[in-house]
Write a protein that binds this ligand. Sequence first.
Ligand SMILES: Nc1ncnc2c1ncn2[C@@H]1O[C@H](COP(=O)(O)OP(=O)(O)OP(=O)(O)O)[C@@H](O)[C@H]1O
Length: 279
Amino acid sequence: MHPVPPPLIRIENLTLGYDRHPAVHHLNGDIPAGALVAVIGPNGAGKSTLLKGLAGELRPIGGRILMPTLPPGALAYLPQRGEIDHSFPVSVFDVVAMGLWREVGAFGGLSRAQRQRVRDALAAVGLSGFESRPIGSLSGGQLQRARFARLILQDAPLILLDEPFAAIDSRTVDDLVQLILDWHREGRTVLTVVHDLEQVRRHFPTSLLLSREPVAFGPTAQVLTPKMLARARRLSEAFDEDAPECHIELPEGSAPAESEPQVHQHGHGHEPPEHNHRH
Ligand SMILES: Nc1ncnc2c1ncn2[C@@H]1O[C@H](COP(=O)(O)OP(=O)(O)OP(=O)(O)O)[C@@H](O)[C@H]1O
């Protein structure tokens, strides 16, 4: 018998939120190394919040995230585009080269080999020749390509992407999807917030459907069912934005899977998630 490898990410009764208000809660589960996971759910479901938590940008209100086998800092996180100011006068080359900061340091110069790696990363995203362009002069799609080039240089085993395909042209989407599939083939673990369910069906073997709490997690075909999507919508509508911090530990299987959302003590709907993941 082969020993079961530890998960890359273990999530234990995780609650994440802002000012002690939970935005997403009751998250439990293991994400194995090498998984390619689409994080999906209605607007405000907590998808970005989960990625911020995994990236270490948001401390859990409750529960914990364990990454026992991941070296410190060995993750790359791409926030939503609006969260970054690209108006400052800096070249595409310099923005992309920031992907090397872990090995170069804040004030280190780049070696000839490192400069070549930056050019290679730009070539891999189709931006050869854009090196000296001001970052602010790029189109939305080109900017997203440059941000992916920076991720390539980060060379991280865990990659977290928050809505990387939002508001960009279809050709760029196709190219970025290919880069994500390459990372998956290389054995990296990739979690991506995606809104287009067709894209999820086509490219992502595993999905996590969130609606302030996990609705379903497992093979995409079993997660993207009308029943699960309807459940996600119901939970989203039932959520109470003003609920206080949640301390309730729900026993496994505390409500039957087919039931309507149950209101529990802190005032927002809850249904147990469907766990379809088997390893
Ligand atoms: N910085 C913040 N301060 C306070 N509340 C926040 C903050 N960011 C998000 N929230 C709230 O947390 C909840 C979850 O938001 P989040 O952005 O994680 O959802 P999402 O699933 O990524 O949504 P979308 O698909 O619309 O981007 C929402 O109610 C949102 O208003």
